[in-house]
Ligand binder design. Sequence first.
Ligand SMILES: [Zn+2]
Ligand SMILES: [Zn+2]
Length: 240
Amino acid sequence: MKIAADMHTHTVASTHAYSTITENCTRAAEIGLKALAMTDHTTAMPDSPHIWHTHNLRVLPREINKITVLKGAEINITDYDGSVDLTEAELKSLEWIVASMHKYCLEPTTAEEHTRGYLNIAKNPHVDVIGHCTTDFFPFDYEKCLKAFKEYNKLVEVNESSIRMKKGSAQNVVPILKLCKKLELPVVVNSDAHFWTGIGDFSVSLKILDEVGFPERLVLNADWDRLKEWICEKRPNLNL
Ligand SMILES: [Zn+2]
Ligand SMILES: [Zn+2]
């Protein structure tokens, strides 16, 4: 399986990442990707860029080095009631939104509460992807939440960085993928790269997908046209 678009990437705007958007796109072009989503952190994260970063994304061209650039964000789930760290207008202005639980912005508690948090975030119409929901920090009821993600048209992320570096992710992703397969719930495979060499490197994730016999038709970003159609259906005014 080959992935056509890396839909979770960071730039120097998040200070714990070390490459520019141009460097990331250059790498993406080199390895044959078609698109990339720039998803820097939003304000609840300690080293996130100033909110003006999110407000000014329109200055970026649609294409950099022939790579289609989606102007997105990785937003923070800030409580278990469905709150996030961007306003409605800011959410509406973005072209791609990954929503994640980070222990720096949200105190981990019980599996019941994490489940309630994911069930609430599923209902947010602006969110596209549930980010790295595989770590040991935030266990939750997979069956309940994945059914809600399916119902509200949310994608589940297979996050290469998390699988490589975060405790539990490489194990927890397996039952999640099996359930996605059973529910016909699409996933996206993303690098979450914090340096340009990580852009488009999905090797460990792809190996796991292969091992669980995950069907390519449910990997939305294995085909850029298919993903583009999904995004444009959700955001009819977007010209990709
Ligand atoms: Zn994250
Ligand atoms: Zn990230």
